[in-house]
Design a protein. Structure first.
Length: 266
């Protein structure tokens, strides 16, 4: 085991902190869900609600109190301490559009990144009562029960998902259309919930673009610990500096097949 892997596997207190925070954040999210939520629009024309800001503010305050030497990368309150070895990454409501329109397919994403790798990740699907977690080297779990990807190896028998395609640029749309034409099933929507489904063996392939680290860092360790593969569109590991093109697959073989299609699409 490398020295870095050793460090990643001995962060139980930090993981327990994240899980405990997810418990309280779930209650905050549900207190606004399908009720008055203060929906407004940020300067980048993306939606934000009171749940987003309240959860992230609480998380930032607790991290600064408990782990003052760590950095924080949040969707709503920005980035601080990015030069630190350890950076907490939070998306208080992943799928704000879903949340604001009453769809249960939203979640809270939490991760601790150590030297560019996520040591653990949490996807809390508040409205469905499901929580996917993974600690590096300890497998992935759904509600504390071990879960695994489908391990499908062929796109012809695989299900493909993407949160949205209406913002895809021309080549990105051609890539999606090529993958979709070969996949057995294509589903749109889902945000972080889709990654939980992949980790549990229900979906097989996810392709997305334009994501931010708070969208994908937590899911990287969950997908990998469930037996899947996740990378950018060049096959490189996802980091805090990645461009935001994400490819997640149930197996190495399926991931390689999708990568070939991406590379061969003009």
């Amino acid at each position: 085991m490398s020295e870095q892997d050793h460090r990643l596997e001995h962060l139980q207190a930090e993981f327990d902190f994240a899980a405990s925070f997810a418990d309280s954040a779930r209650q905050t999210a549900l207190s606004y869900f399908r009720g008055p939520n203060g929906l407004s629009w940020k300067s980048d024309e993306t939606p934000v609600t009171l749940a987003d800001t309240e959860i992230e503010r609480a998380f930032r305050d607790l991290v600064q109190m408990r782990f003052p030497k760590d950095g924080i990368y949040g969707e709503e309150t920005g980035v601080s301490g990015l030069e630190c070895e350890r950076v907490w990454v939070v998306d208080p409501i992943d799928g704000t559009g879903a949340f604001a329109t009453g769809s249960p397919l939203f979640g809270i994403l939490l991760a601790l990144v150590v030297s560019e790798r996520a040591a653990f990740g949490v996807i809390d699907a508040c409205a469905t009562g499901e929580r996917w977690t993974a600690q590096r080297g300890m497998g992935a779990k759904l509600n504390n029960v071990t879960c695994a990807t489908s391990n499908k190896t062929s796109l012809a028998t695989a299900s493909l998902a993407s949160t949205s395609i209406h913002l895809l640029r021309a080549r990105e749309r051609r890539v999606f259309d090529c993958l979709s034409s070969e996949a057995a099933i294509t589903r749109l929507g889902g945000d972080c919930y889709a990654y939980g489904l992949l980790a549990s063996g229900h979906l097989d392939l996810i392709v997305e673009t334009g994501l931010k680290p708070f969208d994908f860092m937590a899911v990287t360790v969950i997908i990998e610990e469930a037996g899947g593969v996740i990378s950018d569109w060049e096959g490189q590991p996802l980091t805090l500096n990645s461009a935001g093109d994400v490819l997640a697959a149930a197996s190495a073989e399926l991931h390689a097949q999708a990568l070939r299609i991406i590379h061969d699409t003009e």
